[in-house]
Design a protein around this ligand. Structure first.
Ligand code: NAP
Length: 330
């Protein structure tokens, strides 16, 4: 565990870029089956991202597939225009290379693709990057991530060798974008140890090591082995769906409620503090202004080792995921 007194507001990536430990999530919609419509609802971003900016968020986790880069770009642009914000004051992440979505999800085929079906993968990455930057109204992003390691259709579809070559090709295209300054740092998302090992073998230059691996982690879904591997490789781990996307009644878990009561904090604040003290960064998302404030007010208390262990223990056994299992992707 990191020293609890260590500054937990930023982390330094292996290339020296400083990244805020909390970024506002910009994936709106339902993919956990809580409503009849399952897919992205980008219209919800207008109000939420506006409120998040008003409430002090300066880091945003975007993706080409979410359909919300235009909203983030427009709302940032208004503040750039008024002089309220400068480009350097914000940290913008986006992700490319989202595979075709599972059939029940309504996601545009123009925003998703399977690498094994794309003839010129590098060109597709460059084209999507232009679209993302256009929508964001930015010349560069602070962090660019490979959204998923491969197609959701495997197994049994998908050839492991083709998937591996596709990942390396996407990654080389990312390295070229970083070299040109279009991304200050590059990383991956939903990569397992095997995916990372292959990538590091295929693109061995230390400067091109992924800076970040963004994966699903919350108290009901942990992967200590993957985290240890990333730490050993100098790869920062970011927890997506840090509250399990509102599923599983996570924030009503009696263990979290009890710890929260002891500190006079909310279960959400305890979960975010746990992520940060475990050395991760996290991407909380909320539509409510009061929770935007609450989710940032996590620097005035410290969880002790026993509390950290008690929260860790909630995730023992089979991971309860809100997104597809990356271990099923070849
Ligand atoms: N790389 C990937 O493949 C991937 C996949 C999934 C997500 N992500 C990223 O991770 C971000 C966050 O994940 P997510 O959007 O799925 O969900 P999340 O942040 O885990 O959870 C959001 C849910 O928690 C509730 N909530 C937020 N703060 C709360 C608090 N303090 N107390 C009680 N409830 C609270 C929200 O409800 P209210 O809105 O009502 O407050 C909402 O229902 C995404 O937006 C996206 O940027 C990445």
């Amino acid at each position: 565990m990191r020293d609890a007194h260590h500054d937990l507001r930023t982390v330094t990536l292996h290339n020296g870029v400083r990244m805020p430990t909390l970024a506002f999530g910009t994936a709106f919609g339902d993919w956990v089956g809580a409503t009849a419509f399952q897919g992205f609802l980008p219209e919800q971003a207008w109000r939420a991202v506006d409120l998040a900016l008003d409430n002090g968020y300066r880091a945003f986790d975007c993706a080409h597939a979410y359909g919300t880069e235009r909203m983030v770009g427009t709302l940032l642009g208004q503040r750039f225009a008024s002089g309220a914000l400068t480009r350097e004051a914000v940290f913008i992440t986006t992700k490319l290379a989202h595979p075709a979505a599972p059939p029940h999800l309504n996601v545009s085929h123009k925003r998703t693709w399977d690498a094994d079906r794309v003839e010129d993968i590098a060109q597709r990455v460059r084209d999507d990057m232009v679209d993302s930057l256009d929508d964001l109204g930015l010349g560069y992003v602070d962090l660019l991530l490979v959204h998923w390691p491969g197609s959701f259709s495997a197994p049994p579809g998908g050839d492991p060798e083709v998937s591996r070559r596709a990942r390396a090709t996407i990654w080389r295209a990312f390295c070229a974008l970083a070299d040109k300054g279009a991304a200050r740092a590059i990383g991956v998302s939903n990569f397992t140890i095997d995916h990372l090992r292959q990538l590091i073998t295929d693109v061995p230059e230390p400067a091109y090591r992924p800076a970040v691996n963004q994966v699903e982690i919350h108290p009901y879904c942990r992967d200590p082995e993957l985290e240890a591997f990333c730490r050993a490789q100098g790869i920062v781990v970011t927890a997506y769906a840090p509250f399990a996307s509102g599923a599983f009644e996570l924030l009503r878990d009696p263990v979290l409620v009890a710890i929260a009561g002891r500190h006079g904090k909310s279960p959400g604040q305890v979960v975010l503090r746990w992520h940060l003290q475990r050395g991760r960064t996290a991407l909380p998302k909320t539509s409510r202004a009061e929770r935007m404030v609450e989710n940032q007010a996590i620097h005035d208390f410290v969880l002790d080792a026993e509390e950290i262990r008690a929260i860790d223990a909630l995730g023992a056994g089979v991971a309860r995921r809100t997104c597809p299992d990356p271990y099923t992707i070849v």
